[in-house]
Design a protein around this ligand. Structure first.
Ligand SMILES: C[S@@+](CC[C@H](N)C(=O)[O-])C[C@H]1O[C@@H](n2cnc3c(N)ncnc32)[C@H](O)[C@@H]1O
Length: 253
């Protein structure tokens, strides 16, 4: 009897030895350190500007409205003008140029009717505001050309620091468009020629939209030219005041 008991104990001990070692109970991963809070002192002012001057007017496209809420316009103006960045006005950015009025940027972006997967060219990068709004539409490929070299260099660095690294930026005269990247689904021109540059129409895809101020001396019409299979159609939206398009456009008056 004693012998049988000993044999049984030995068997149990052997089994216990042979069973695989139990893994240590899984530990929950250590929580990642909380990111430093990104305070944006202008968020409320920006939303108020969007509500009161863009939504309350005639801009309806939710993607455009969302993009306008995202772009930090205060970072694209000189430091002394930051407190005025969310007034619905153009502001001076040096080099005798201005950052466009937010309502006009929203209206031109809406008029371009961009859908995901499309490609847009902007003529007149200037402060970078319009280009940043286009980038915030998401899934739209953005090209932009600026003729004033030192302004372009400053804006390119700023846009890069703000995280808009996916933009295609070029320094030069936008009159001839951007042939290697054409055709574009939309082209937005933010300086006014007296006549519409033909190369820009030629670089529109069929169905593409050209949004452009046309006229002289700060009195222009904002036009949308749509390229069809057999030609173009044009409509005037409203009067605007843009700086003149310089470079080759000035030889084509
Ligand atoms: C009203 S500002 C642009 C505003 C800018 N898009 C923004 O979002 O604030 C017009 C810009 O067009 C540029 N420009 C004028 N003629 C041009 C041309 N032929 N090619 C490219 N840029 C031009 C000017 O130097 C200026 O920076």
């Amino acid at each position: 009897m004693k012998r049988a008991l000993l044999a049984l104990l030995w068997l149990v001990a052997c089994r216990a030895e042979k069973s695989p070692p139990q893994p240590a109970p899984a530990q929950p991963p250590a929580p990642a350190p909380a990111p430093a809070p990104q305070t944006d002192p202008y968020e409320a002012a920006r939303n108020k500007m969007v509500d009161e001057t863009i939504v309350a007017r005639d801009v309806k496209d939710p993607r455009v409205i969302a993009a306008m809420r995202k772009v930090h316009r205060h970072r694209l103006v000189p430091p002394d003008l930051q407190p005025r960045a969310y007034e619905d006005n153009p502001l001076s950015i040096g080099f005798e140029q201005t950052i466009s009025q937010p309502y006009i940027v929203a209206a031109m972006t809406e008029a371009a009717q961009l859908t995901p997967g499309e490609k847009v060219l902007e003529i007149g990068t200037g402060s970078g505001y319009q280009a940043a709004v286009l980038a915030e539409l998401g899934d739209v490929e953005v090209y932009s050309i600026e003729i004033v070299e030192p302004l372009a260099q400053r804006t390119h660095k700023l846009l890069d620091r703000m995280g808009y690294k996916q933009l295609h930026l070029r320094i030069g005269d936008g009159y001839q468009g951007w042939r290697e990247a054409a055709p574009f689904d939309a082209i937005i021109v933010t300086a006014a020629p007296e006549k519409i540059p033909q190369p820009l129409i030629d670089q529109l895809a069929v169905g593409g939209r050209l949004v452009i101020p046309v006229g002289k001396d700060g009195h222009q019409d904002l036009k949308v030219v749509t390229r069809g299979k057999d030609g173009t159609t044009s409509e005037s939206l409203f009067p605007v005041r843009f700086v003149p398009m310089t470079g080759e456009a000035q030889n084509k008056k």
